[in-house]
Each structure stands twice: as C-alpha cells, then as structure tokens.
Design a protein around this ligand. Structure first.
Ligand code: ZN
Length: 196
C-alpha cells in the first residue's frame, strides 16, 4: 500500500476448485488488521463460495469475487454478499465465454477476467482475454472490469485500452526492483491507453 497501490487482491484457493491451497479467513483477518483502511478484494477460487463468502466478509473483505464455474447457487451467493453490504463480482476462467454471465448482470458490481488459468502465480498472459474485456465493456459498461493474470505495465495497458479499469498484478510488482516505480509506470501506461 505504501508503494501506491489502490488496494490489495487476495487469491483464495481451496485445493479442490484449483490444485493449489492458499489461505483461509484468519489470514485475511490478519491482513485487515495490518492495513485497516486498505481496499481488500478477495477472489474465491473455491468449490463452495456460498459457504466461504460470509466468512471472508466477516474477516474484512470489501469485494468478493466468485467463479461462474463454481458448483453452487451463484445468484443466491451474489445476493448474500450484497446483503452483507459488500461488492459482488463474478470471475471468468480463460475458457469460459462472456455469455456465461447472462442472467447475473443485475447482481454484479464487477466482472473479473482471468488471463491465466487460475491456481498459480507467475504464468504468461493469455492474449484472448483482451477481446473478452472489449466484449464486456460494450455489453456491461456500468460494471468494473478487472483483469488478473500476467499483468504488467504492457499487458495492463492493452487491457485498459479494451475497457478494463481494475488491474490486478502480482509477480510483475513483487519482482520489480522498485514497486513504487512499477505501480506508477503501470498506472501511467493504463491511463494513457484508456484515453487513446
Ligand atoms: Zn485473483
């Protein structure tokens, strides 16, 4: 946050929906305690987001992003997130078409486009995500469009030009020589790309 990020994005993986296993609500609670005023976006890559969304909200999430591919009642889960006063979003895996969001638009604050296969950090950016962002920006212009996976200043600018307004970057920032410079460069390139 001191390097100039707008917020933190926390990837939650359950070892079933994706093979990797990350952290549970207690770790998010510790993050919230460490950065009480930071915007926290929580991305649930789990089989039962309906069970876990309330727990992560209680732990401090501002936005909860669930997967359209999760085998649960998506509409009820999105409604429950909003009933708890938080922002709700659906996430699309790389192979999932934009049309999978049909019927849910009224329940959404944000759509997250995955530009890697979810589960591990450090993967290369999948280019066809840019077309998906453009299609979403045309169809649902009132929603935030975020993008996750292989985002750096260059891929971030292409996503921003297509209509993404939330760039989620991990490896490119954590491996940068200076995170403050890397965030500033990403922001400048993305804002320039959106204007042009
Ligand atoms: Zn994520």
């Amino acid at each position: 946050m001191e390097a100039g990020a707008d917020g933190l994005h926390v990837d939650i993986m359950d070892g079933h929906f994706v093979p990797n296993l990350t952290m549970g609500p207690d770790i998010l609670r510790a993050v919230r305690a460490a950065v009480p005023n930071a915007y926290l976006s929580v991305h649930l890559m789990v089989m039962r987001p309906d069970l876990y969304a309330p727990q992560f909200i209680a732990a401090g999430a501002d936005t909860v992003l669930i997967h359209v591919e999760s085998p649960c009642d998506l509409a009820a889960t999105l409604k429950s997130i909003r009933e708890l006063g938080k922002r709700a979003g659906l996430t699309l895996n790389p192979e999932t078409p934009v049309t999978a969001l049909r019927g849910y638009a009224a329940l959404l604050d944000e759509v997250l486009v995955m530009t890697v296969h979810p589960g591990f950090g450090g993967q290369a950016f999948l280019e066809h995500g840019v077309e998906k962002i453009a299609a979403l920006a045309e169809w649902l212009p009132e929603l935030d469009i975020s993008v996750d996976g292989g985002i750096n200043a260059d891929t971030g600018a292409r996503c921003a030009a297509a209509g993404a307004n939330v760039l989620l970057a991990g490896s490119s920032l954590y491996h940068a020589d200076d995170m403050r410079d890397a965030i500033a460069a990403m922001r400048w390139q993305a804002e320039s790309a959106r204007k042009s």
